[in-house]
Design a protein around this ligand. Structure first.
Ligand SMILES: Cc1cc2nc3c(=O)[nH]c(=O)nc-3n(C[C@H](O)[C@H](O)[C@H](O)COP(=O)(O)OP(=O)(O)OC[C@H]3O[C@@H](n4cnc5c(N)ncnc54)[C@H](O)[C@@H]3O)c2cc1C
Length: 396
């Protein structure tokens, strides 16, 4: 990868830096941060994304005619680097920006693109992803939600689960079976589902952290106009995989930034916590562990840069992106464990306790990190992808 920026790219970096400095809340850098937007941040997140959009900083690579900026992945990378430097929050509508928007741009009719794309960028409409079901997670093609044609509508019945942000979403990327007689990867259709339609019930699921970021979604005789099919009828598997490819791409940009923010915060914690009359950062054993994290982060950064080089050449992200996901899970979970070690006895007191360090954010991040090896495809599934499609090993 060529790390030298053109004068235009340097100017873009200066623009982003100046804008963030001027627009972040004054106390932002001092806040204890998590890498996941929490419920109390949603309203702020909406307004923040709108401000970013008005400044031309959402949809940096998206076509101008749909509200994007029409720039390259290099500018997208610069934007993420600047977010990290200032510990700025990402836009709220992450599933819309990372997945729904690019899939609609790729498969949508002109009418669909005009209807949905810009509202994703402005955060007027939040999106969620309705793929997983109680009996279809890793083996997604086993999904059972049914959509039956009824004139110019489809009638949908079924259940989705683990649907992040469904509690605030306006639209869902929905996969449903339209031809039960066809082999399981065929006969699936991709719908754009209005979450406010009659028959949609969202029930939050409480997680280990105490938060409820994801939900069960029940669909009972929900009527979807045929104009809200994305791509061809019964060809939804291909469309759905495209969404997952964009998810990997978004992860590729997001995960490195998130890891860097979490690492910087952990280094800060190590300098504050006391150990044997000095700081935890001065403890020889903890110091080695922290240094290893810094080294690992550099490896991650350059591996991600290799993937970006492919994008800049116009290639789409390949199965190699799974390496990044596996790596991030492993290191991020280890980093959160290290933070608990740095806290020592304070690891036992979380949010609500007068002795909690940083308002209990470390306990939250540690518990939340357990989901990393499940969300976005489990580590075992990522290993299968690497084994079969990168290394060319025989199918297990
Ligand atoms: C925080 C979070 C947010 C999520 N958000 C969403 C969302 O917004 N939308 C959505 O649709 N889904 C979402 N999910 C669901 C997620 O995609 C699934 O949980 C995941 O794909 C695994 O599916 P499953 O839970 O059914 O587990 P299963 O597929 O039943 O897997 C159980 C175990 O078996 C292993 N396993 C399964 N198949 C194989 C195999 N072939 N080889 C080796 N091991 C295997 C798995 O690795 C796992 O350890 C979210 C999950 C989490 C934790």
């Amino acid at each position: 990868m060529d790390f030298k920026l053109s004068p235009e790219q340097e100017a873009f970096r200066a623009e982003v830096r100046a804008w963030l400095s001027a627009n972040l809340p004054p106390d932002w850098a001092a806040r204890p941060t998590t890498d996941i937007p929490r419920a109390e941040m949603y309203e702020f997140g909406r307004l923040w994304q709108r401000k970013l959009y008005d400044a031309g900083l959402v949809g940096i690579t998206w076509p101008k005619e749909y509200g994007g900026r029409g720039l390259t992945w290099m500018e997208e990378l610069i934007f993420h680097q600047e977010l990290v430097l200032q510990k700025a929050p990402p836009p709220l509508n992450i599933l819309g920006i990372g997945m729904a928007g690019p899939t609609i741009i790729a498969y949508g009719t002109e009418e669909q693109k005009r209807r949905y794309v810009q509202k994703i960028l402005t955060c007027e409409e939040i999106w969620c992803q309705g793929y997983s079901e109680p009996n279809a997670g890793s083996d997604l093609a086993s999904l059972q939600t049914r959509a039956v044609r009824d004139g110019d509508h489809f009638v949908v019945n079924g259940q989705k689960v683990w649907t992040s942000l469904a509690q605030v979403a306006d639209w869902m990327m929905l996969l449903a079976r339209t031809d039960p007689g066809a082999p399981k990867h065929k006969g699936i259709t991709y719908f754009l589902l209005d979450m406010h339609a009659p028959g949609v019930t969202v029930r939050p699921l409480r997680q280990l952290t105490g938060d409820a970021e994801f939900n069960e979604v029940f669909l009972e005789n929900v009527r979807i106009p045929a104009s809200q099919v994305l791509g061809e009828l019964n060809q939804g598997w291909g469309v759905g995989i495209t969404t997952l490819m964009y998810e990997r791409l978004a992860l590729g940009f997001g995960l490195q930034a998130r890891f860097q923010i979490a690492l910087d915060a952990t280094l800060g914690l190590a300098r504050r916590m006391r150990r044997n009359g000095g700081t935890a950062a001065g403890d020889p054993v903890l110091r080695q562990k922290l240094a290893q994290m810094v080294i690992d982060n550099a490896v991650f950064k350059y591996t991600a840069a290799r993937a970006i080089t492919r994008l800049l050449k116009g290639e789409l992200p390949g199965p190699e992106a799974s390496v990044g996901k596996i790596w991030w899970c492993d290191r991020h979970q280890a980093l959160q464990e290290l933070a608990q070690e740095l806290l020592g006895p304070y690891a036992q007191v979380g949010r609500g306790s007068p002795w909690a360090v940083d308002q209990g954010v470390w306990q939250y991040s540690f518990l939340r990190s357990r989901a990393n090896s499940i969300e976005g495809g489990t580590t075992e599934i990522q290993r299968n992808i690497v084994g079969e499609r990168v290394l060319g090993l025989p199918k297990g």
